[in-house]
Write a protein that binds this ligand. Structure first.
Ligand SMILES: Nc1ncnc2c1ncn2[C@@H]1O[C@H](COP(=O)(O)OP(=O)(O)OP(=O)(O)O)[C@@H](O)[C@H]1O
Ligand SMILES: [Mg+2]
Length: 383
């Protein structure tokens, strides 16, 4: 299990987010936009995509950069210990509590606290965290009163779908809204393959080994699905560098699983367009049913939010922005309207119909732009 990290010092090296893909560029510009404020930020994405790096970037580019940055891995310790870890404890409050101990929230005073894997918190801890976020007061374990007021910026991260956890009664909706004033989602590496070459280069430079990948090896690395994302990519490079006797890494030197990912994947934008087209054609021809095919594909994560938004966007284009007509187009009856809209809303996939009504061209990044718009509105409200 990874441990909690804490530092009262500025970072020894500036955290950097490498990547040329539109998603990485957007991530960097959003970070630049929101880092300066105090808004609470929720970072989501699969394991190894760079949530930790993004949190560090936010702190390093904020006015708090000279103040403490304290990270707590909420999944690494049990419920009781997490309470003491966050809020501290008083002497004698439990076996082994020989002296008073201040908690991580207090250590982060005037700085940033990074609550990693926040989706793993128990409902009891979520209630304590919510109370803290509402009043900023610390009540150490074993104390019957709040000891002091703490001012911290909260950044949280999770690789879980909190909407699903809320639906399953395992996560508090009110806490989600507190944590997610700004939402940064980092897509998996397989959806931003343009980042693979720069990340390989960056890792080679970091480990200071003079290795070079052949074009065939690079193409296989680009075609591979990277279930462990950037962390897995770094491990592969380090493994290759330590095992290779020469400097050139060719196809035959790669791990078998990567070598087998034969065909070079289409660029992500193209791949997504193909998926949306395939789903759209399937719905229109009656080969697919929305609830029997698309819905389970999405819940099983075989298609992404982006794919679903693209599909809805295609429907809205054909119907000039009429959701009821989209329902009909996709083979659903009128009675499904509420279920369809609730489903899209719950998963952040509801596409704004207005631009489709006015006949303006719709950008593929429409949803990302609306995130930026929300961030701007938020910043303007604060100013
Ligand atoms: N865009 C990036 N540029 C440079 N390094 C990156 C980038 N994204 C991730 N990394 C590196 O990949 C590794 C994994 O990243 P990180 O720990 O931030 O992932 P994570 O999303 O927090 O994963 P987990 O959910 O498992 O905690 C780290 O060594 C990090 O430095
Ligand atoms: Mg992490």
């Amino acid at each position: 299990m990874r441990k909690s990290v804490e530092t009262a010092e500025p970072f020894s090296s500036e955290p950097v987010l490498i990547g040329d893909s539109p998603a990485s560029q957007l991530l960097r510009s959003t970070i630049a936009q929101v880092a300066g404020g105090d808004a609470k930020i929720l970072i989501t994405g699969e394991s190894g995509v760079g949530k930790d790096v993004a949190a560090r970037c936010l702190h390093a580019r904020s006015a708090r950069r000279q103040r403490p940055y304290v990270a707590v891995n909420c999944a690494a310790i049990t419920d009781g210990l997490l309470e003491s870890e966050l809020f501290g404890h008083v002497r004698g409050s439990f076996t082994g509590a020989y002296r008073d101990k201040i908690g991580k929230l207090q250590m982060a005073h005037t700085g940033t606290i990074f609550l990693d894997e926040v989706g793993e918190m128990t409902l009891r801890m979520q209630a304590l965290l919510l109370r803290f976020m509402e009043n900023g007061e610390i009540q150490p374990v074993g104390s019957d009163h709040a000891s002091r007021h703490v001012e911290v910026r909260v950044i949280a991260a999770t690789n879980r779908d909190l909407t699903d956890l809320i639906a399953a009664g395992q996560f508090r909706e009110d806490l989600l809204y507190r944590l997610k004033v700004v939402h940064l989602h980092i897509p998996p590496l397989r959806e931003r393959r343009e980042d693979i070459r720069p990340l390989l280069q960056h890792t080679i430079q970091r480990i200071r080994r003079p290795i070079v990948f052949s074009e065939a090896a690079l193409q296989a690395l680009e075609a591979y699905a990277w279930p462990g994302n950037v962390r897995e990519l770094q491990n592969v490079v380090e493994q290759m560098a330590s095992m290779s006797t020469g400097t050139l890494i060719d196809l035959e030197h790669l791990p078998a699983t990567i070598r087998r990912s034969k065909s070079v994947a289409a660029p992500s934008r193209e791949r997504r367009r193909q998926i949306a087209d395939e789903l759209y054609d399937g719905l229109l021809s009656g080969r697919y049913s929305f609830w029997n095919h698309i819905h389970p594909l999405f819940l099983n994560r075989d298609i992404t939010r982006h794919d679903l938004r693209q599909l809805v966007g295609r429907g809205l284009t054909s119907t000039s922005g009429n959701y009821r007509a989209v329902l009909k187009l996709f083979g659903m009856d009128n009675g499904s309207y509420k279920r369809f809209m609730n489903f899209l809303g719950a998963h952040d996939c509801a596409v704004d119909f207005r631009p489709f009504r006015s006949g303006q061209p719709v950008q593929p990044e429409i949803q990302l732009k609306s995130v930026l718009h929300r961030v701007e509105t938020f910043s303007a409200r604060r100013a």
